[in-house]
Ligand binder design. Structure first.
Ligand code: FAD
Ligand code: MLT
Ligand code: ZN
Length: 468
């Protein structure tokens, strides 16, 4: 590395592209991961990204791609060496094209997710990816983490929504793969290598995304449930009567909701009686007069009759809909004031969720009596955020000291139920060593082979994803 690296980088990106006060780029959203950097750059174009990556390659300097920095496993944060360059995509925020006939939108990597949703809506279309961080996270970060969120049940993950990509490779060359095709059987699907690679194989600079018909009728309901088995049964009941109009099915334990009621602003309990679990259900249709309120009321009436649901309210009006979603979307943030949290972003086959919860609760209670399980998530697609907070009264140091043991219990349990230890947040630095215990030697060998092919110098986001 040369001492004049910042000067040479300024020569590539200009004064507007070299960050003078890098503090906000060195720590993640939660404050859980911090590092230092030789420089932080914000290139304004694909050509500038390519020139930065090429210069870093020439000087043997590692590059850490960064979007909105909302990732939950430290993937966008540099290490402590002070020798890495953070490459923020946040100045690349142009919508390059919106093709109504093809139902696609072409956007640069730094465009914030909500901006894409709004642009699609203005054109009478829907971009269905939706998650709690949508006001800050970027399309590049969504793609690099294969983000999921609340619409996966109906529309799939970011992988399913991506038709084309433009990528700066670790050697500085640009792969122009911005095609808006739904069918292309001309060999390996290269774009999928970069989706979910968490910036370890190249820098995504733009993407073609699939759009859908706008939703014109929606029904949202809050359902009280006795246990997770009731949630699984309820998915069946609702699906039977509403088909693919079920677009979201989120499960929340009472404790998750209590945290939001305790720490969130302007929130209130939708059902006066306390129940152990709740589901937030959303149905949607493209026909304005689909009458979904009546459909959901009938389905939930049947669920209560069959003893699957204990109680339910259907939201009337956009204010109530927003209030219900605020309870769900507020959980991640509401866990912070309760002390250090251990995040486990697991997935198991949907039918195994009740047994997974029971077995894991039991094992954790034995390992650390009083540990507070904060379980919630996108249960309609099998993804449970099985987070932990320490026992009360709090002893944060003692809880942190047990982190490895507790996480091992949760991950082993997910594996025992044929699940995965990460459904949507990825591995980053948090789980990059842990993953070695849950992938076969052949899988690890193939992953290392792909990395070696694309990044033989190991300069693209080193220390992330692949076990050391
Ligand atoms: P960053 O955090 O900046 O980066 C994430 C990773 O992608 C890093 O490894 C980084 O190096 C890499 N990267 C970023 N941009 C690029 C690029 N252009 N090219 C190559 N690599 C790049 N995630 C879900 O999937 N579902 C949820 O429901 C969900 N809910 C959340 C709720 C809250 C409140 C918060 C804070 C986070 C949530 N997340 C969720 C996690 C996070 O928001 C997503 O992972 C998001 O996709 C990250 O986008 P970002 O732009 O912030 O990426
Ligand atoms: C969410 O769905 O709220 C997040 O992905 C979960 C989390 O922050 O743990
Ligand atoms: Zn999630």
């Amino acid at each position: 590395m040369t001492a004049d690296l910042p000067t040479r980088l300024r020569g590539v990106v200009g004064p507007a592209g070299l960050v003078e006060d890098p503090a906000g780029f060195l720590t993640d959203w939660r404050g859980a991961y911090s590092g230092t950097a030789a420089a932080v750059v914000r290139p304004g174009s694909t050509e500038e990204v390519a020139a930065v990556v090429g210069l870093c390659r020439e000087l043997g300097v590692a590059v850490v791609p960064q979007g909105g920095n909302t990732g939950l496993c430290g993937g966008a944060v540099p290490d402590a060496s002070g020798r890495q360059v953070v490459l923020s995509l946040t100045r690349m925020r142009r919508i390059r094209d919106l093709d109504v006939a093809n139902s696609t939108i072409t956007v640069e990597a730094g465009v914030v997710l909500r901006t894409v949703q709004e642009a699609a809506a203005a054109a009478g279309r829907l971009f269905p990816l939706s998650l709690g961080a949508e006001g800050s996270c970027t399309i590049g970060g969504n793609r690099a983490t294969n983000a999921g969120g609340t619409g996966v049940l109906r529309y799939g993950t970011m992988r399913d929504l991506t038709l084309g990509l433009e990528v700066v490779l670790p050697d500085g060359r640009v792969w122009h793969g911005l095609r808006g095709l739904r069918k292309d059987n001309t060999g390996y699907d290269l774009k999928q290598l970069f989706v979910g690679a968490e910036g370890t194989l190249g820098v995504i600079t733009a993407a073609v995304l699939e759009l859908f018909p706008a939703v014109r009728n929606r029904a949202t309901a809050w359902v009280a449930l006795p246990d997770p088995q009731a949630a699984v049964d309820l998915i069946g009941v609702v699906r039977e009567s509403t088909g693919d109009r079920l677009t979201a099915f989120e499960l929340m334990s009472r404790r998750s909701v209590e945290f939001v009621l305790r720490h969130g602003a302007g929130v209130r309990d939708p059902i006066a009686d306390v129940h152990p679990w709740y589901a937030l259900i959303e149905l949607s249709d493209t026909l304005p007069d689909a009458g979904l309120d009546a459909v959901v009321e009938a389905a939930l009436g049947e669920a209560v009759e069959r003893g699957v649901a204990a109680d339910a309210v259907v939201a009337s009006g956009s204010g109530q809909v927003a209030a219900l979603w605020a309870l769900r979307e507020g959980i991640s943030e509401a866990q912070n004031p309760e002390g250090p949290s251990l995040k486990h972003d697991v997935t198991v086959p949907i039918g195994s969720i009740p047994a997974f919860v029971a077995a894991t609760d039991r094992a954790l209670a034995e390992a650390l009596p009083g540990v507070r399980v904060v379980a919630y998530g996108h249960v309609g697609d099998g993804n449970l955020h099985y987070n932990l907070s320490g026992p009360e009264p709090r002893d944060d140091a003692a809880f942190r000291a047990r982190a490895g043991v507790l996480s091992r219990i949760v991950h082993d349990s997910a594996a025992a139920f044929d699940g995965s230890i990460s459904a949507e947040h990825g591995l980053g630095q948090a789980k990059r060593d842990v993953i070695a215990d849950y992938k076969s030697p052949l899988e690890l060998e193939l992953m290392r082979g792909v990395k070696q092919l694309l990044d033989p110098a190991g300069l693209m986001n080193p220390g992330k994803v692949l076990p050391g």
